[in-house]
Design a binder for this molecule. Structure first.
Ligand SMILES: [Zn+2]
Length: 156
């Protein structure tokens, strides 16, 4: 394992299955984030009064100064595109019927970015700094997952 792989096609693979099951808990802040998204259709963050940073999703502690935080700040639903990529292959390398566009958006009131699909970006190229907004699934279709957010769309 000390060899350096310079080209991705040189990576050796052994096909097979690993019967692994796991459960990941979102934690106190993540639970508040998903509950707010599920029940109210809003994006919830945590503001640190000590350093002024607003995290998204909500979290329990500030990673800069270890202040205790609460899930107390609604952000968005609009924000600014800070980065994006276009994905042509699925997670197993299979070609996608239609490329996916993923955007990193700093929602209004937040310092962190949220990454999600950009819905129907259209023919006009995306530009860093343009305004996008969160599209949340209608009440009754939400399940308390990150997919309660359908994605971002351009604001008009
Ligand atoms: Zn802080």
């Amino acid at each position: 394992m000390l060899e350096k792989i310079a080209r991705p096609d040189e990576i050796r693979r052994w096909p097979g299955d690993m019967p692994v099951r796991h459960r990941y808990t979102p934690g106190v802040g993540g639970d508040a984030f998903f509950t707010a998204l599920h029940e109210r259709g809003v994006v919830l963050g945590s503001h640190c009064a000590a350093c002024g940073t607003t995290y998204v999703p909500a979290r329990r502690f500030c990673e800069r100064d270890f202040s205790e935080l609460s899930a107390d700040t609604e952000v968005g639903p609009a924000g600014q595109l800070v980065s994006f990529t276009i994905v042509f292959a699925g997670i197993e390398g299979e070609p996608l019927d239609r490329p996916d566009v993923l955007g990193a958006v700093r929602l209004d009131g937040a310092d962190a970015v949220l990454i999600h699909r950009v819905l129907e970006p259209g023919e006009e190229p995306l530009e860093i700094g343009e305004r996008l907004e969160v599209v949340v699934r209608p009440e009754g279709e939400r399940t308390g997952s990150i997919l309660d957010i359908e994605g971002f769309r351009r604001t008009d």
